[in-house]
Design a protein around this ligand. Structure first.
Ligand SMILES: NC(=O)c1ccc[n+]([C@@H]2O[C@H](COP(=O)([O-])OP(=O)(O)OC[C@H]3O[C@@H](n4cnc5c(N)ncnc54)[C@H](O)[C@@H]3O)[C@@H](O)[C@H]2O)c1
Length: 421
């Protein structure tokens, strides 16, 4: 096979799988490599675990004969472009770059002259140049920027967004030198409608962290305001909707039960870690936003306690109906979801929990939580309900007609038995 038609996507998760499917769709032969044997087995049998990729789309990619899901790095030999989309979690509040290190090492001995390697994982500025390149050069014996090309392109995927998908969303691209930028931009120009070149990989790395920190801070602002507004007896949701009518200088963010996924609870901490490490300073905005957003599940518990109290009940011994576990509507992603912390806290207070969320796979269902349907019968078994995720497939009328009190953290209900966050 022609080398420049062979693309390797390292990591077949929420980010890697959509990139792989798009690369197949535009005509590349794609090796999707992942060390998770369950995920690869699922992909081989045509079952997608990523909400934005349908089983049909995956089946079409497999049927084309140009998509090979694999766990074997030998299958990536002679690639033209490799895109790294492995996790970058926090371990005990510190960035864990071990997945970039290990996947870089596995790639390095297969890098050949003329190949391009792009990092997409979210990380602090400097990772591509200071961490990835030395690994690739050591394993390949080649010189980055001269013998092969390296760049960084942040992923902006918004799971569940039907308007702005991978193809429509402008993609920021960068390289360690002009030749690398040319190679990286040339590749993504075939995948998406618009590419946005920036001067260096550090600028591209910072772009992603700026976008996520901006959201994190603004969500923290409305979350803190929601707590105060409730205490002041002001309907914050009305104020937010009114402010959003201003055609300039305002962007709408809404309060909620906390933040989840990778982008908000994890990514800004990569930036604050680097600011502390390199400059010895605290990134106060990020720390404040973490503090407020991390404590929203505690606030939800307080509100549930107060609601039960008006009925002469305690959390201890009560049953709480949790509507929605995913951190984001219309997805099944419960990583860092506020519902998980909420459930932990409720268990600590001695409450029983029943929950509904058709998007969450059985294997990821939280332990100690009974799975129920969103119907009046299940609601009647609980003492209080809380709407955490406003999935489109939820029949909110059932919650509106509930005869038990309901805490609505998304401002979607209208009944007299419901209370807003
Ligand atoms: N999920 C999102 O919405 C989103 C959006 C933008 C950016 N990101 C960033 O993209 C990166 C990936 O996120 P994700 O959500 O796709 O994670 P994910 O956990 O869904 O997928 C990553 C995959 O990489 C695999 N992997 C780990 N080490 C490997 C190795 N050495 N070789 C091959 N495969 C390996 C894992 O098994 C996993 O399946 C992270 O840096 C994340 O912060 C995520």
């Amino acid at each position: 096979m022609q080398k420049d038609r062979k693309v390797v996507i390292v990591g077949q998760g929420y980010v890697g799988l959509p990139v792989a499917m798009r690369a197949v769709a535009v005509g590349f032969t794609v090796v999707g490599i992942d060390l998770d044997i369950t995920r690869i087995a699922s992909l081989k049998s045509g079952i997608s675990y990523v909400d934005d990729i349908s089983h049909d789309e995956l089946a079409a990619a497999l049927a084309s004969g140009r998509y090979l899901p694999t766990t074997d790095y030998d299958d990536i030999e002679n690639f033209g472009v490799a895109v790294i989309t492995v996790p970058t979690p926090l371990r005990e509040t510190l960035p864990d770059l071990s997945f970039i290190e290990s996947s870089g090492a596995s790639l390095s001995s297969r890098v050949t002259p003329g190949a391009t390697v792009v990092l997409e994982s979210t990380t602090y500025p400097g990772t591509t140049e200071e961490l990835l390149i030395p690994i690739l050069e050591k394993g390949s014996g080649l010189i980055a920027g001269e013998d092969f090309f390296v760049g960084y392109s942040p992923e902006r995927i918004d799971p569940g967004n039907k308007v702005w998908g991978f193809v429509e969303t402008p993609k920021v691209v960068s390289g360690i030198n002009p030749a690398s930028l040319g190679a990286v931009q040339g590749f993504y120009d075939l995948l998406v409608h618009t590419t946005v070149p920036v001067g260096g990989t550090k600028e591209a790395e910072l772009t992603k962290l700026l976008e996520n920190t901006f959201r994190h801070v603004n969500i923290a602002l409305v979350n803190e305001l929601a707590i105060f507004a409730n205490q002041l007896g002001v309907n914050i949701w009305e104020s937010i909707d009114a402010a959003a009518t201003k055609p300039f200088g305002y962007m709408k963010f809404t309060p909620g039960p906390g933040v989840g996924g990778h982008c908000l609870p994890v990514d800004p901490s990569y930036l604050s870690w680097q600011v502390r490490r390199k400059l010895g300073q605290n990134f106060r905005f990020v720390e404040l936003a973490n503090d407020i957003n991390d404590h929203m599940p505690d606030y939800v518990v307080q509100r549930l306690m107060a609601i039960l109290n008006t009925k002469g009940k305690a959390l201890n011994g009560s049953t709480v109906f949790v509507a929605g576990l995913a951190y984001k509507k219309n997805t099944g992603d419960i990583r860092e979801s506020p519902s998980i912390r909420l459930i932990e806290l409720l268990h600590e207070y001695g409450a029983s929990i029943v929950a509904v969320d058709s998007h969450v796979e059985d294997g990821r269902w939280p332990s100690g939580v009974e799975k129920v349907a969103l119907d009046s019968e299940s609601l009647l078994k609980a003492d209080v309900a809380v709407l955490i995720t406003d999935h489109d497939d939820f029949d909110l009328q059932v919650l509106n007609e509930a005869t038990i009190p309901v805490l609505d953290t998304r401002n979607r209900l209208s009944s007299s038995e419901s209370e807003r966050l």
